[in-house]
Design a protein around this ligand. Structure first.
Ligand SMILES: [Zn+2]
Length: 266
């Protein structure tokens, strides 16, 4: 069964939580994240960390649940989400941050070019929010939301990206920080989704999120913070025995998105 919440939910949902206009082409959001804020007496969110690990399919969470304990411990809400077709990175992140289907944002195959469609980044910048994207060189997230009035920190690989993200959290100058990691996707294409090196990469990405959450907890003590662990698509083993994705199959389409709220110290 494919999950019922479509990837289009993300941008309008976060826009509502951060009290900015939703992207102009965005579909409907969901109420669950705002309800989480409300329950924690945290409707005034002034810091947001969005962690984007590539390719962590929902079945990995189902099969290796105990490995995700550091994600669960740092969050209070988990949503099952169906990504869009073709389930490849620029198409999926295009939809995540515009709230629009691929036919609207225009990236409908594996290609990395700037999306002109209005996005969460445009709405945040327009509202005067300071936003940083911290991403790996030549990755989709380093390219497709370029030319916005936000700051870009483009670095060689996950380790450097995460180091920079921790520095930025510590400096406490950005309202929203988006962090992209790609090691799991690279390793599972080179081998297969459950190879030793791929599963290690999955654990590395879980640890990276946990460390970023710790940095938020230590440094954003004067702020109400929202943290999100939101992947782009799933994966499966192709006919050649290697990891792949992009297909209209549950393994590629179903993902889990996690949200946590960290209220300011009172
Ligand atoms: Zn991939």
């Amino acid at each position: 069964m494919k999950n019922s919440i479509l990837m289009t939910y993300f941008a309008p949902t976060i826009a509502e939580c951060l009290k900015v206009e939703k992207p102009h082409e965005a579909k409907e959001g969901v109420g669950a994240v705002k309800n989480l804020l409300e329950k924690n007496d945290c409707l005034d969110i002034d810091r947001t960390l969005i962690y984007n690990p590539d390719a962590i399919g929902m079945w990995l969470f189902q099969k290796y649940t105990s490995e995700f304990s550091k994600v669960l411990e740092n969050t209070q809400l988990a949503l099952p989400v169906q990504t869009v077709l073709p389930s490849v990175t620029p198409v999926c992140f295009g939809t995540m941050y515009t709230g629009a289907m691929p036919s609207t944002h225009g990236i409908m195959r594996y290609e990395k070019r700037i999306i002109e469609t209005d996005s969460l980044f445009d709405r945040l910048a327009e509202a005067g929010k300071k936003v940083a994207i911290v991403a790996v060189e030549n990755s989709s997230m380093a390219i497709i939301f370029g030319e916005r009035k936000i700051d870009y920190y483009i670095l060689p690989y996950d380790e450097e990206v995460n180091q920079k993200a921790k520095e930025l959290i510590k400096e406490d100058n950005y309202d929203v920080i988006v962090v992209y990691n790609q090691e799991y996707d690279d390793k599972m294409h080179a081998t297969y989704p459950e190879s030793e090196v791929a599963l290690q990469a999955m654990k590395n990405q879980i640890n990276a999120f946990s460390e970023l959450a710790d940095a938020v907890r230590e440094n954003w003590t004067n702020h109400n913070s929202l943290i999100c662990c939101v992947t782009d698509h799933g994966i499966h083993t192709g006919d050649n025995g290697k990891g792949t994705h992009g297909y209209d199959v549950e393994e590629d389409l179903n993902v889990m998105h996690f949200f946590g709220v960290l209220p300011k110290n009172k």
